[in-house]
Design a protein around this ligand. Structure first.
Ligand code: 5GP
Length: 109
């Protein structure tokens, strides 16, 4: 069995994190090195390496995560104003090779 990714270890509680959401398909943690007042990482439970490694049957989990973004934004005070980022591959700035969506923004008040 291949070694767990950093985010799998976080999901399984082997590495502590500030987890703000979890369901059977994905989980959400606060970025350890936030680049905005709100900086969350939305991560599939399945250890998909990157956008470049998606398989055809990953459309459900990807759609699920995309739809979750707006709810997280509202819950964290961002409303309809936020930035998302998905880094893909080393030259795309990816450092953790378990797909994740950055959700960043500044809450009003
Ligand atoms: P990437 O560059 O791969 O798109 O983003 C990886 C992100 O994971 C970075 O923003 C980095 O701060 C965050 N990160 C790395 N290690 C940890 C960790 O152990 N815990 C948390 N919560 N975030 C991490």
């Amino acid at each position: 069995m291949s070694e767990k990714t950093l985010f799998q270890k976080i999901h399984d509680g082997e590495i502590p994190s500030d987890m703000v959401y979890k369901d059977e398909h994905c989980f959400v943690i606060k970025d350890i090195n936030p680049r905005a007042p709100v900086h969350l990482l939305v991560i599939p439970v399945k250890p998909i390496i990157s956008l470049a490694h998606l398989e055809d049957d990953d459309h459900a989990v990807m759609g699920h995560m995309m739809l979750l973004l707006r709810k997280l934004a509202v819950e964290h005070g961002l409303g309809e104003h936020f930035k998302t980022q998905i880094n893909t591959g080393e030259r795309g700035g990816q450092e953790v090779f378990h797909l994740h969506i950055h959700l960043m923004g500044t809450p009003v008040n």
